[in-house]
Design a protein around this ligand. Structure first.
Ligand code: FAD
Length: 333
């Protein structure tokens, strides 16, 4: 096994203490949630923080609370296993439990936290490699090279590493909001706005900021949802195409709300444009489902930086969008 590099380990017990350490150490310090991505990435040489700051001893980050006025509040430190098995969450937001259960494996989900999933780094064939592997050719943009090797023609000055966290598309489909805390204070934003689309800096976290939790608004109860994940192996594997669909049905099967989010096919989760305009106020029929699947396929822009061919991944988005609509239409009937 590749040994871990040397680092200082700190375990603050309050958020204020954690924020102060992060402010003092800047980018030399990296946050540890469950460590299921950070630790293997450090072994691989992808991250080399001088200090690792664990959130595990901080009170409050393990909260999982439901209230009819404030919605579902989930602390960043809640493990995926707890989310997957929580009876209230499963009853109120089954799509979320479904998406969580698709991450990695049960043993990884026992350790992995929601915060770590939301802040997961983007992945790429040219980036998630050992130092020795990378040293054998020009470096990619994300590690200081000139161009993104995965970009069309390999000449783009923008990083195209792929967004691969399974839980995020479902949370965006449910209009979740995220809270970030730093020494200077706190800010809340729509989870959809948290992601930048730049594979090199995939989210809006500023140096010194900690993601402390998410809220799924109370009015999302009653939404029907489906998360479908395409991966090469039907076992531990990242998504190479994922579809999260949230629909609300009104009287006589008319769609009153529709939101479709894709994962694994761009450098950020993709909120598919035109879905609400196409479907709200309408019943679901074959032609409208096909039109929605075409919109999803067009919005997916996979690059040649992970397993699976680009055209096939786009086709799987089309297939899974169709399947998700058909499943929810059947459920509504
Ligand atoms: C074999 C394997 C298979 C996997 N398969 C999948 C998969 O199918 N789908 C999937 O989504 N993921 C997968 N993962 C990745 C990972 O296990 C999950 O995404 C997990 O949810 C990460 O959570 P964590 O708490 O372990 O994160 P950590 O490893 O602790 O952290 C991940 C990143 O987030 C940052 N971070 C963590 N918490 C915070 C916070 N509160 N505020 C700010 N930054 C923070 C860390 O600094 C780090 O950069 C896989 C990992 C492995 C090893």
């Amino acid at each position: 096994m590749i040994p871990l590099p040397k680092f200082r380990y700190v375990e603050p017990t309050t958020l204020a203490e954690a924020a102060a350490i992060l402010a003092a150490e800047g980018e030399d310090c990296q946050i540890l949630g469950g460590g299921t991505d950070l630790v293997p990435s450090m072994r691989q040489g992808i991250f080399a923080p001088k200090t690792v700051l664990s959130l595990q001893a901080i009170d409050g980050l393990g909260r999982l609370e439901w209230s009819e006025s404030d919605g579902l509040s989930i602390g960043a430190g809640v493990t995926l296993r707890r989310l997957e098995t929580d009876a209230t969450l499963r009853k109120l937001f089954p799509m979320l439990a479904q998406a969580v259960s698709e991450v990695a494996s049960p043993s990884i989900r026992h350790m992995a936290t929601l915060g770590g999933n939301l802040c997961l780094d983007t992945r790429c064939y040219y980036y998630n490699q050992s130092e020795d592997w990378k040293a054998c050719s020009d470096l990619c943009l994300k590690v200081g090279g000139e161009f993104c090797k995965a970009s069309p023609g390999g000449k783009a000055k923008k990083c195209f590493a792929v967004f691969s966290a399974d839980v995020v598309p479902a949370l965006i489909a449910l209009k979740a909001q995220v809270t970030l805390v730093a020494k200077e204070g706190e800010r809340t934003l729509d989870l959809a706005a948290f992601y930048s689309g730049d594979g090199a800096r995939p989210n809006a976290l500023k140096p010194g900021e900690i993601l402390t939790g998410v809220v799924v608004p109370a009015d999302r109860v009653g939404i029907k949802g489906s998360y479908l994940k395409y991966r090469i192996r039907q076992t531990i594997d990242y998504p190479i195409a994922g579809v999260a669909l949230a629909l609300r049905f009104g009287a006589s099967g008319v769609v009153s709300e529709a939101r479709l989010v894709l994962g694994g096919v761009a450098s950020k989760p993709v909120l598919v444009k035109g879905i609400a305009e196409l479907l709200e106020g309408q019943t679901l029929d074959r032609a409208r489902i096909e039109r929605a699947a075409q919109l999803a396929r067009k919005a997916a822009i996979p690059q040649a930086n992970t397993a699976g061919q680009r055209a096939h991944r786009k086709q799987m988005i089309h297939e899974f969008t169709t399947r998700a609509f058909e499943d929810l239409a059947r459920e509504a009937r």
